[in-house]
Design a protein around this ligand. Structure first.
Ligand code: ADP
Ligand code: ADP
Length: 228
């Protein structure tokens, strides 16, 4: 069953750049899809459209399992992890992870258990009171993953999240993401330009090409042993 479906999605930015051209793709429940392709081929643009953060210029995006809000975006929760951790440096870890719930109007007391559960999931529950500057790069990225998980999303979108980190940290975080995927009944779309990362993580690899800016190869991988 599809979680997101793109039909002939074309995206032309106001400066004339054609980022996507008739991209068609279904993301099914439970998949771990890597979107692979060279810089500038439209991976981030596609991910933002999947998140409902950008609208197609032509074509359709649909979230069949979600109700669509008045703003045209799915009201089902979608977690988004950006390239940089994008934390508020003046706020402790707890407040950073709490942000999505605060934006939904939830009070801190009410949110406490969920925020702490998300921090525990990424191994940082003892760091709730720490400030981002006190953490390593890998730990900051884990805070941003906790922030994406705090609303208990069904769909987790990650835009080249670990590209700025050293290989060992990156590999540890990849294993964390795999653990989350198998434990939490998540569908994941993971943008990367690392073939290695895509092969290590995914149940499916979709390769995008620069021109035309759409999926040019789409492969299902057998799930490694021990994974659901
Ligand atoms: P990728 O994530 O694969 O590197 P992007 O989706 O970021 O690719 O970008 C696809 C193309 O669209 C690139 O040529 C990029 O320069 C262009 N682009 C991205 N965002 C904008 C924007 N807001 N305005 C104009 N052009 C953009
Ligand atoms: P990175 O992922 O950036 O390499 P690590 O997760 O390896 O960072 O941790 C960097 C430092 O912070 C290490 O000294 C590690 O012991 C400490 N650290 C990281 N996570 C925790 C944690 N959950 N509890 C205690 N110490 C931690």
């Amino acid at each position: 069953r599809s979680v997101v479906s793109l039909r002939d999605v074309t995206k032309r930015f106001s400066n004339g750049t054609l980022a996507l051209s008739r991209m068609t793709m279904d993301i099914r429940k439970g998949e771990f899809v890597s979107l692979l392709g060279p810089s500038g081929c439209g991976k981030s643009t596609a991910l933002r459209i999947i998140a409902g953060l950008g609208r197609p210029s032509q074509g359709m995006v649909d979230w069949p399992a979600s109700r669509i809000g008045r703003d045209g975006r799915p009201d089902a929760d979608i977690g988004f992890v950006f390239q940089e951790p994008t934390l508020m440096p003046w706020k402790p870890v707890f407040d950073n992870a709490f942000l999505p719930l605060r934006l939904k109007g939830m009070g801190k007391g009410e949110a406490r258990d969920r925020v702490m559960a998300a921090l525990e999931t990424v191994g940082l529950k003892d760091f709730a009171k720490a400030y981002p500057r006190e953490l390593s790069g890998g730990m900051r990225m884990r805070v941003s993953i906790a922030r994406a998980l705090v609303t208990d999303p069904k769909l987790l979108l990650m835009d080249e999240p670990f590209g700025a980190l050293d290989e060992i940290t990156r590999q540890k975080l990849n294993d964390d993401v795999l653990r989350l995927w198998s434990e939490k009944d998540l569908t994941v779309v993971f943008v990367t330009h690392s073939v290695f990362e895509a092969a290590y993580l995914s149940s499916r690899i979709a390769v995008m090409g620069a021109r035309p800016g759409r999926v040019v190869a789409d492969m299902m991988l057998p799930r490694p042993e021990g994974r659901e």
